[in-house]
Design a protein. Sequence first.
Length: 240
Amino acid sequence: MTIIDPIAKFLGEWSANLNVWSILLRLLLSLVLASVIGFERSSKRHAAGLRTFILVALSASVAVIVDEFWATTFDFKVPVLTAATVIGAAIISSNSILFSSKNQIKGLTTSVGLWMIGFLGLAFGAGFYTLGLIAFVLLIFSLSVFPTFEVYLKNRSNHFEVHVEFKDKSNLREFTTTMRMLGLRIDDIEANPAYVNSGLSVYTVAFTVESKELKKYKTHKEIIEAIKSIEYVNYIEELS
């Protein structure tokens, strides 16, 4: 079954075949669209930025083009470079995942975005312009629109996790008692080893909102502001 790309059909036979102009078009599309995603990530100060996204997309496109050249010229139909690029993109994306001093995993979205941009580069390199453009639109939509909706849902959830710093270790028992009185169930408490010699007692605490009043009227932000007002709480913030 032969699949004819609608955009390639519109542009003409030259864009579907492997030639200088189609190669330039495929690489240019990879570069431009990857730069848009890379700019969105770098503007939010993520580890992987503009150049990383561009290089991953271009390397994927070049790999597919070379594999296609080998297949048509030497009848070598094993996509060696394409497979290697997929593995390489997965390794690069996994390296963008970081653990902060607050026991918080950072970079998951950027990691998946890098992996996705690799596949986008593969699509353009193979001449699947329509697939590449659809993937780009969905990716930019996911990165720019869904976060706001995700924050709204998260802030209304009955479960949330915080990074909290006490002025002294002895404050932990009083803290747990106060939280239960407020209608918050403590699901887990984990001491943060990164602050051992800081003079502070630092924990990651997971809560479940049990109080009907809190569930109905209070957001996570309001609950955290209330906890922040407690005298022995040095600092508190919700973990994403």
